[in-house]
Design a protein around this ligand. Structure first.
Ligand code: PNS
Length: 159
């Protein structure tokens, strides 16, 4: 079984992330969306909430699973039997950070390969950070995130 891990903060899941997962399914048997539980920035959604939103979005697809992880990505990948890390590339500005991570991960785990999927044009400007800003000030995020996330954002900011 060819398992890949798609790691990230997913705070929250966006249409860009959904597209990367769906396209990864053409390449891999199973995709585990790895939700970093301890990012340096304070997240809007807890790890459990982020996992639940991803599971809700992909509930009809048994080949996609979401799981929170702590610590090094390479250790998590080993634990779940993933041989590939998937990351999405939006613009050239992502390149520096992404190659730095890929090279670090390769040094730590030489057999673990990183594969970059280029974001679709229509998703190439979407980020979780911008989505949160728009939602915070009452803007329409329906074009940026799945329905289940839109609802969750509304719940948070209407509180
Ligand atoms: O969505 P993000 O915030 O760009 O995802 C970054 C993530 C989670 C992939 C990265 O921070 C990560 O892998 N963190 C785990 C710690 C780790 O393994 N660090 C060494 C490689 S940079």
């Amino acid at each position: 079984m060819n398992v890949a891990v798609f790691p990230g903060s997913f705070d929250p899941l966006t249409n860009g992330h959904v597209d990367i997962v769906e396209r990864s399914l053409f390449l891999f048997d199973r995709v585990v969306v790895g939700v970093l539980a301890n990012p340096s920035k304070t997240p809007l959604f807890s790890p459990d909430e982020r996992v639940a939103l991803i599971e809700a979005q992909f509930k009809r697809n048994k080949r996609v699973k979401a799981q929170a992880f702590d610590g090094l990505l390479v250790s998590f990948a080993k634990k779940i039997g993933a041989k590939t890390i998937i990351r999405g590339l939006r613009a050239i500005s992502d390149y520096d950070y992404e190659t730095q991570m890929a090279l670090t991960n390769r040094k730590l785990a030489p057999k673990l390969e990183t594969v970059f999927l280029v974001a679709r044009e229509e998703n190439s400007y979407i980020s979780s950070t911008v989505v949160k800003q728009v939602a915070k000030y009452g803007g329409d995020v329906s074009g940026f995130v799945p329905k289940v996330v839109e609802k969750a954002l509304r719940n948070v900011f209407e509180r």
